[in-house]
Design a binder for this molecule. Structure first.
Ligand code: ADP
Ligand code: NI
Length: 218
């Protein structure tokens, strides 16, 4: 088995029980999107991009109940990568991308610089939050977290820090205004910006239709 095949198996086991929209099918699409972007980015390192894309949610704090479980998952992953002979340098590059690519990390001007490899993985993951599947992921996430679907009396609020961003008082429809609709202007690569255009429009159409149906009784 190649290293990437072993990493794929590791990821599938780690995410097997996820029900919040970060399951293996999400990862498959992030890898596919990263591969599409890679075609136009000759300076990138395909191994680093694919490894980080495969592993980017394995120790995500949304999947764990507390910080010590996140640290445990992280050190488990580090041992695994060493055991399959990924170099220490590559391990550091993969972890740096995973630790600095997330949306929540970028809130309040906290974003660290990503090189082209990190920019590709970030774009691929962000594109998963734009479009038709993104709509279903947001609704699934909201349901799992017991969030309100929609309440026109609760206005969207752009978070200034991670705690505000994770606040459960907001609604799933607000999440579109608080994150999903902002993504098209926060992408790094031209390839990703092109892919985002029709996906973004689809979400606008969805929101217009949703509100028209909601207001039917008024
Ligand atoms: P990151 O993992 O990059 O910090 P998020 O925490 O926003 O990004 O999580 C990724 C995905 O989880 C989102 O794209 C969305 O599908 C879903 N999600 C996160 N927060 C919410 C929310 N408050 N309401 C609905 N969906 C959410
Ligand atoms: Ni992801």
């Amino acid at each position: 088995m190649t290293q990437l095949e072993q990493i794929t198996q590791y990821m599938q086991t780690a995410l097997a029980s996820d029900n919040s929209g970060h399951s293996a099918d999400h990862i498959d699409r992030v890898v596919a999107l990263a591969n599409k972007i890679l075609i136009n980015e000759p300076m990138a390192d395909p191994f680093i991009v694919r490894a980080a894309a495969l592993l980017h949610d394995v120790y995500d704090d949304k999947l764990f109940n507390n910080a010590s479980d996140v640290q445990l998952a992280k050190s488990h992953l580090k041992t695994f990568l060493s055991n399959i002979s990924v170099s220490q340098d590559d391990i550091s590059r993969i972890f740096y991308i995973i630790d600095n690519m997330s949306w929540s990390k970028g809130i309040g001007g906290q974003a660290q610089h990503l090189d082209i490899n990190g920019q590709i993985v970030q774009d691929a993951d962000r594109l998963e939050a734009v479009g038709a599947i993104a709509i279903t992921r947001a609704i699934t996430y909201g349901a799992v977290k017991n969030r309100i679907l929609y309440d026109p009396a609760i206005p969207p609020r752009i978070a200034q820090n991670k705690a505000e961003y994770r606040n459960d008082d907001s609604t799933t429809i607000n999440h579109f205004y608080e994150k999903l609709l902002l993504i098209k202007d926060r992408l790094n690569t031209e390839t990703a910006k092109k892919i985002a255009t029709s996906r973004h429009q689809f979400m606008l159409d969805f929101l217009a239709q949703f509100k028209a149906e909601w207001d039917l009784t008024k």
